[in-house]
Design a protein around this ligand. Sequence first.
Ligand code: ATP
Ligand code: MN
Length: 266
Amino acid sequence: KHAAKIRLDNVKQSQERDKDKADRATAELVLDQRTRMILLQMINRGVVNEIHGAISTGKEANVYGAVLYPDDGSEPIQRAIKIYKTAILVFKDRERYITGEHRFKAGADKGNNRKMVKLWAEKEFRNLRRLHAAGIACPEPLMLKLHVLVMEFLGDKRGYAYPRLRDARFAGDDIDQQWRNLYIQLLGIMRRLYQVCKLVHADLSEYNILYNDDRLYIIDVSQSVEHDHPRALEFLRMDIKNVGDFFRRQGVDTLQDRAIFNFITA
Ligand code: ATP
Ligand code: MN
């Protein structure tokens, strides 16, 4: 059986990205004693066997690659672990998403940062479950413990994550058609998200969509709100604008924001 190990400092990067020292320091800062305990627990429970380097180090969370080696000797399974940062300053902007969220009325407590971060992770976990249940391509959520979320890895077997839509490159002579198809696909996803999941993403852009093999995957739904959230439609208009701006830059002849809004909500 594979020895369980955490390799948090000197690790094989699953994505080749330039990282300066400050970046690496940020990556390790998030792994306080409590976080390490949770990761060890996940290893002991056989959710993952190895935790690798950061796929992404962001303002509010870091995402790590991880691997599970199944007991039956079958192929290793890649996983992703999102660890929300518990530092205080980062979360000041979240208020507007939480306020008006009836799912979080009881727990929301601005004074208790750790609790807020836990709620945030919970929100992402539950939202991912809804997307997954509705058949929207996204990482399947697998396990949640406080501010640590384990999910399906969106990438290849070697641990290379799919590119963000922003970085997607196509080959062939029908590139315009491919962009058009992706645009139509995304409008369908946004409608389904609204109509079936009853959610508005609220941070939808080419940065929170991964691309592989003609398919779009929605990620980063911790700030997504219920469709009856007081600011849901405002957030939806923002999402529609971001998406439209991006696809226009790719040369797609986009529909008017107004028409898209009606298509999604009608
Ligand atoms: P930031 O503060 O940088 O915006 P974030 O909180 O927005 O971080 P995400 O957008 O969920 O975090 O993830 C950051 C990046 O990690 C994504 O752009 C993507 O490249 C990678 N990533 C996230 N989840 C997965 C996954 N399940 N599989 C593969 N890669 C992932
Ligand atoms: Mn993101």
